[in-house]
Design a protein around this ligand. Structure first.
Ligand code: DAT
Ligand code: MG
Length: 158
């Protein structure tokens, strides 16, 4: 939400590189291949917009392995990493930059998406309403300002 002043300088203490403006925060959101395959992109985008967030960039593309591996870099050592990269590269995804209010953007968006483990994802959330597995869980959202800056730069290099 804009604060009405039209001021757009970075908030002091903001993560370097984060596209953080006064009153606005950008996060990286992605409808994963299962969402595209199942025809749930409209449903997901609709929930994001109805919540009051604004989509400012959007692109349908099939990521190559290098991009998928870089995106999930933090999970490189996990046993499910290979499967995760296979999944993300199997078809088109919808990559988006989404704007929301202040620092709450990340937590609000993560609540809208639902918890990672399928058994924890609450009904009412995207994963809670539509996913039945942890590995194919429809949507990705940055978990904080630092990840958002990294992921936006990765998917939408300037
Ligand atoms: P999130 O997507 O909620 O940020 P994460 O960053 O911990 O969750 O994991 C990235 C993705 O990896 C997640 O969306 C689904 C998959 N994943 C996580 N834990 C898993 C597990 N134990 N088995 C299989 N896939 C898993
Ligand atoms: Mg994550």
């Amino acid at each position: 939400m804009q604060d009405g002043t039209g001021v757009t300088e970075p908030i002091s203490g903001a993560v370097p590189g984060a596209r953080t403006l006064r009153g606005v925060n950008q996060t990286f959101i992605m409808c994963k291949p299962d969402a595209v395959e199942r025809g749930l992109v409209g449903e997901i985008i609709s929930r994001i917009e109805r919540k009051g967030f604004r989509i400012v960039r959007m692109d349908l593309r099939t990521p190559d392995r290098a991009l998928a591996e870089a995106h999930y870099e933090e999970h490189r050592e996990k046993p499910f990493f290979g499967e995760l990269v296979d999944f993300l590269t199997r078809g088109p995804v919808v990559a988006m930059i989404v704007e929301g209010p202040d620092d709450q953007t990340f937590s609000i968006m993560r609540t809208l998406i639902g918890k990672t483990r399928v058994e924890d994802a609450q009904p009412g959330s995207i994963r809670g309403d539509f996913a039945t597995t942890t590995n194919e869980n429809l949507v990705h959202g940055s978990d904080g300002a630092e990840s958002a800056a990294r992921e936006i730069a990765l998917w939408f290099p300037a």
